[in-house]
Design a protein around this ligand. Structure first.
Ligand SMILES: Nc1nc2c([nH]c(=O)n2[C@H]2C[C@H](O)[C@@H](COP(=O)(O)OP(=O)(O)OP(=O)(O)O)O2)c(=O)[nH]1
Length: 140
């Protein structure tokens, strides 16, 4: 019999690729020191009992003060931290007209397709950024 406890399951981390007016929102991490200055998609760990969509909606409210509608996945599952965590990124869009503010990040930038590589992304995000490229208009 295979015994697997929840503790042994990889931790799911979700990220939102929020697209507005042809640009995607990139967020500069403020902490911890080894990740500060690197850029990421807003998001975080899925809490127990929460769906991935609920986690993304909660994290975007906490980190950016905005409501988002979660769309389809972008890119593949990314194994991180020796396989103990998996990063899953979803497309998202802003709802209710509010604009994101950096409540937990040090900076936010809306990147057009030709600016996607203008910020130092966290290493795990590279394949997601590449998968986003064909989804953004060529002249935003
Ligand atoms: N949110 C987010 N995290 C990412 C991305 N790429 C990437 O490697 N990560 C890593 C950084 C962290 O090790 C982990 C997310 O942890 P976190 O500290 O942001 O999670 P959280 O918001 O739930 O925070 P907490 O529970 O530690 O307070 O995933 C990304 O694009 N977005």
């Amino acid at each position: 019999m295979v015994v697997q406890t929840e503790r042994l399951m990889p931790r799911i981390i979700v990220g939102a690729a929020i697209i507005s007016e042809g640009r995607v929102l990139a967020c500069e991490r403020a902490a911890p020191p080894e990740m500060a200055g690197k850029w990421e998609f807003p998001g975080g760990k899925v809490d127990p009992g929460e769906t991935e969509e609920q986690a993304l909606i909660r994290e975007c409210q906490e980190e950016l003060g905005v409501d988002v509608e979660v769309g389809p996945r972008v890119g593949a599952d990314i194994a991180m931290l020796n396989g103990t965590a998996i990063l899953k990124v979803y497309l998202a869009r802003l709802v209710n007209g509010a604009q994101p503010v950096p409540l937990e990040h040090s900076d936010l930038r809306w990147l057009a397709v030709d600016e996607l590589n203008s910020v130092p992304w966290l290493p795990a995000d590279a394949p997601i950024v590449a998968a986003l490229e064909p989804l953004l208009p060529s002249s935003a």
